[in-house]
Design a protein around this ligand. Sequence first.
Ligand SMILES: [Zn+2]
Length: 116
Amino acid sequence: MSSKRYCERCGEYLGDYMTDDFFKYLPMKYCPVCKTEIVREQKRKCERERRKKKRLERQAEKTRLELLQEENTLQKERIELLETRNQQLREEVNRSGTKPRIGVQVSAQIRKKVKR
Ligand SMILES: [Zn+2]
C-alpha cells in the first residue's frame, strides 16, 4: 500500500503518510479545489432530487384532486338521478293513493303502473 495520498479526482499529491501532517491528510480524498467542486456537485444533486420529489408530490396531489372532482361530479349526477326518482315515486304514490312500501317492491309496482 502506497503511503502517499493523491486527490482521487485530479491526482494532485496531497501529502505524505510519514510527514507530521499525516493526520491532516488522512481523511482527505480530494485536493481543496476538487473538494469544493465535489461539495458543490453534491449540493446541486441534492437540490435536484429535492425539486424532483416536490414535483412528484405536486403531480400526485393534482391527480388526487382531479379524481376527487370527478367523484364529486358523479355524486352530483347520482343525487340528481335520485331526486328525479324520488319525485317519480312521490307522483306515483300520490296518483295511486297508497302508502309507499319499501325498496324493490315499490319500484316493481311503479314500473308496472308506468307501463300501463
Ligand atoms: Zn483534485
